[in-house]
Design a protein around this ligand. Structure first.
Ligand SMILES: N[C@@H](CCC(=O)N[C@@H](CS)C(=O)NCC(=O)O)C(=O)O
Length: 195
């Protein structure tokens, strides 16, 4: 059984969306988290080492971090076609876009919001304007991050593009708007946003 530790309208919504795309049974446990305004507290029931969401429990084992949970679940159900198999030539690009969300996209956008100067060579990610250029270039050439087929990378990194644009951390260009609109039109996305 899968138990997702969740908070409505947070990063854990990406994993609800993934479960809905996979169409497999899961349960959600709503937990409290610390908020930006200082309210809220870590829920002792949450197995995440920092009390964050999402966290997943599967048969007594925990998985945390969106990229890891996404890779884990998509690989468990290869028949659903959301992750290229290890032997597939697209596997490398798929894993790269999964890692891009926490490793490049989110830090770059948060640093810009916090007015932290980017120092080439010192940061493990590119500056926000460069990340925006890469995303716009990539998604002007293809419908999804991997090409013409939707994959779990569009849930992890595409989902982040969607929420970063909503919070005005990422510039809403026509290319990124068209991409996130195509994600939002998916029934699984709509179901997830209501949970
Ligand atoms: N790097 C984590 C980020 C998770 C995260 O920061 N989630 C937020 C909710 S959107 C949270 O739990 N915040 C509470 C806190 O920072 O303590 C991931 O990708 O899973």
């Amino acid at each position: 059984m899968f138990t997702l530790f969740h908070k409505a309208k947070s990063r854990s919504s990406s994993i609800v969306w993934l479960f809905e795309e996979l169409g497999v049974p899961y349960e959600t446990k709503e937990v409290s988290i610390r908020s930006m305004d200082g309210s809220g507290a870590i829920d002792p029931a949450n197995p995440h080492p920092h009390g964050k969401v999402p966290a997943l429990e599967h048969d007594g084992h925990r998985v945390f971090e969106i990229a890891a949970i996404t890779a884990y679940l998509a690989d468990l159900f290869p028949e659903k076609g959301l992750a290229p198999a290890p032997s597939d030539p697209l596997r490398g690009e798929y894993l790269s876009w999964l890692a891009y969300r926490p490793g490049v996209l989110e830090p770059a956008m948060m640093m810009r919001r916090l007015s932290v100067k980017h120092v080439y060579g010192a940061m493990g990610w590119a500056p926000a304007y460069e990340v925006e250029a890469v995303l716009n270039q990539t998604l002007s050439e293809r419908a999804y991050l991997l090409g013409e087929n939707f994959s779990a990378a569009d849930i992890a990194t595409g989902g982040a593009i969607d929420f970063l644009m909503k919070f005005k951390l990422l510039t809403a260009t026509p290319v990124l708007k068209a991409y996130t609109e195509s994600l939002a039109a998916r029934p699984a996305y709509q179901k997830a946003m209501a949970v």
